[in-house]
Design a binder for this molecule. Sequence first.
Ligand code: PEP
Length: 250
Amino acid sequence: MLIVGNWKAYVESRAKAKALCVSAKRLASKGDHEIVIAPAVPHIGFIAPAKPDTKEALKFGAQDVSITVGGAETGEVTAGLLRDLGVSYVIVGHSERRARGESDEIVTEKARHALAHGMTPIICIGEVDRDPEAHYLKHVRAQLSAVMSSLSTKERLSVVIAYEPIWAIGKSELEAITPDDLGEMILYIRKVLTDFMPGRANQKVRILYGGSVDSSNVRSLAVGTGIDGFLVGRASTDVAGFAALVKAVS
Ligand code: PEP
């Protein structure tokens, strides 16, 4: 499984970043799962190896990337800069960024920048709420289609999709999605992907779930739902909690 820890802005001290990184390295070295940590950018510079060592099992992710390509762009963190820091994955279109006005077009552009610099975009999609008429399915289809329709066939095969229903983010494990509902949504997302990558090709695209995952619910969400991994927020910022989560999936 692919397990990505999105530290958001929860981690503000270098000592904590270091401790989380050391523990994540240990988890990654076991080789049971692909482990990615996505610290804030200043911490990536502090804890990622200066020369990315390809033998290092732990991968680094960024929580966002600039839509610009560099130059006179005050405050922007470009894909080139992230790549140089040793970043392999970039989260794009997280609901917390979309809430600040990020459109599907911007998300697509960011995914392209990541791909152009040899990094894998983790494209976040997900509905705000569930309604009895199931309009949320149309919303998920629209978000996914907007990005996929703008990418080339080669680019489509190189992305990761993170299904993150907004109603389930940052809550307790009791408010996460149920395994049955997750299984249905993964099938639906696969069906939409088939429109862009017919046949078995779309199986190359990994689908993650994110939203109040922790060590107590991760196993039930992992088994029988068709999921390829998890995007974990809060629970990834506690050394013992993240280790327990990874162990629970194993
Ligand atoms: C997220 O925001 O990507 C996320 C999954 O957060 P949490 O695990 O805290 O719900």
